[in-house]
Design a protein around this ligand. Structure first.
Ligand code: AMP
Ligand code: ZN
Length: 113
């Protein structure tokens, strides 16, 4: 499958890893939109939030546990942060492998991501 994030998971494309386990990978966004900008992805290829089902949704709860852990590690849990998942053309999704942006480290504009 010609998927950029599947290639990052496979190690075919380099990334700066922040967290990894058997189900989830988190890495720094290559073009940060905020002082802290981490992407969290399931290792299973799910195209977007529109493709979450009863069969694959358990990883989403796990992703949010990982998001809370990363926010603490990055020191943005106290001041707050934003979690965004763009889906499809109207959502502005450019990489078609489900991902959650963690954005923080400053007061965010209401229009960011
Ligand atoms: P979206 O526009 O929501 O699909 O987000 C895709 C994100 O992936 C963007 O914020 C990009 O900067 C980021 N991105 C694209 N290629 C890479 C890469 N090789 N490593 C890390 N982040 C990437
Ligand atoms: Zn993929």
């Amino acid at each position: 499958m010609n998927c950029l994030f599947c290639k990052i998971i496979a190690g075919e494309i380099p990334s700066t890893k922040v967290y990894e386990d058997d189900r989830v990978l988190a890495f720094l966004d290559i073009s940060p939109a905020a002082p802290v900008h981490v992407l969290v992805i399931p290792k299973e290829h799910i195209t977007s939030a529109a493709d979450i089902t009863a069969e694959n949704s358990s990883v989403i709860a796990h992703i949010f546990e990982v998001i809370a852990k990363i926010a603490k590690e990055k020191g943005i849990d106290g001041d707050g942060f934003r979690v965004v998942s763009n889906a499809g053309e109207h959502g502005g999704q450019t990489v078609h492998h489900l991902h959650f942006h963690i954005l923080g480290g400053e007061k965010l504009s209401l229009r960011i991501c």
